[in-house]
Design a protein around this ligand. Structure first.
Ligand SMILES: [Zn+2]
Length: 337
């Protein structure tokens, strides 16, 4: 299935709204996490939303954001070709400093949606900046996600010490004035590692914002950032009340680090020279009886394990949000047949 654009993503969100489920939106920086996510989505027959942050693009481009963005997008596009479910690509937390890059992403149809985060600015400036991006995207089909309110914690290049929850009255005005297609709300979650049970999650605000937008005939799926720490019952509750996209990054980062940590601890003696053996990386221990074990230090050995573990956790998260068995590809094929 070729990578799908914004028009199909809009249809996928409409279906989620109608049928009461949500999508996880999953950050990727490198191929192992991406392949693990695709494996889980394929097995669950769920469409997949992957996203790239500005920091991830910069990292993947060796310091150059645009190069990294193109490289990562291309990897996603190519791998999507052999995925039987729909694969969507979002840009996560891009800012007013990224305008040139956003313009390129839109012109070259690199993505299905993109987020402009001007939530650190005043309400009026937030509207103006988000509006500018919505106008750039106009006609491309690419959806624009904007944020109202501030989410506590550190997300990549964006850090906020304080949290300001989203005001339901302002939400309607904001969506109408900015032309945003999706609205990221601040309702008590935090970026990074957080404990769901100690968050004061404002589910009342989710319900109210969702209802007010509906009353105003504004179809803007609600997005929850910083949702990695939420307990399964909290996830189900926010989806019941109207959240359609839950951003997930920290889970995969932890699974990645944890898997690599366990693997290298287990196989340390096959990789690190034992005591008494002179360290000789350059000649690969040519003068010693001892040799490191290639089948253990080959990056693909730990990489395959990371893919498997990411797939396992992604499967759990897909089950939580209920997107399995709802791929728009299958319904499209059924319509075509
Ligand atoms: Zn976020």
């Amino acid at each position: 299935m070729p990578f799908l654009g914004g028009r199909e993503l809009r249809a996928a969100f409409a279906r989620a709204e109608h049928e009461g489920f949500a999508f996880t939106a999953n950050n990727v920086t490198e191929p192992n996490v991406l392949l693990g996510l695709m494996d889980a989505a394929t097995k669950a027959r769920s469409d997949l939303v992957v996203q790239i942050s500005g920091g991830a693009a910069k990292y993947a481009g060796g310091g150059d954001k645009l190069t990294g963005l193109r490289a990562l997008c291309r990897t996603v596009h190519e791998l999507a070709e052999r995925c039987p479910v729909g694969v969507f690509l979002n840009l996560d937390h891009f800012t007013v400093d990224d305008m040139a890059l956003l313009r390129e992403a839109i012109t070259d149809r690199l993505v299905s949606s993109l987020m402009i985060d001007a939530s650190q600015h005043s309400f009026d400036d937030n509207v103006r900046i988000s509006r500018e991006v919505a106008e750039l995207a106009n006609g491309s089909g690419i959806l624009v996600e904007a944020e109202l309110g501030k989410i506590k914690g550190v997300e990549d290049e964006i850090a906020s010490d304080e949290a300001f929850t989203t005001d339901p009255d302002e939400a309607v005005e904001f969506v109408r004035a900015s032309g945003a297609d999706l609205l990221a709300v601040s309702v008590g979650t935090q970026h990074g590692v957080s404990k769901g049970k100690s968050l004061s999650l404002r589910t009342d605000l989710v319900r109210e914002i969702h209802q007010r937008l509906r009353d105003a005939s504004l179809e803007a799926p609600l997005v929850l950032h910083g949702s990695s720490g939420l307990l399964p019952e909290q996830v189900r509750e926010v989806i019941r009340l109207g959240i359609r996209k839950l951003n997930k990054d920290t889970h995969y980062q932890y699974v990645y680090g944890r898997t690599a940590c366990e693997y290298f601890l287990e196989h340390a003696s096959s990789i690190l020279p034992p005591e008494g053996v002179e360290d000789d990386v350059l000649n690969l221990f040519a003068d010693s009886e001892w040799s490191p074990d290639k089948k253990r230090f080959d990056p693909r050995a730990v990489g395959r394990l990371i893919q498997e573990r990411v797939s396992e956790i992604a499967a759990e998260l897909i089950a939580q949000v209920g997107s399995g068995g709802h791929s728009i590809v299958e319904s499209q094929e059924a319509t075509d047949a």
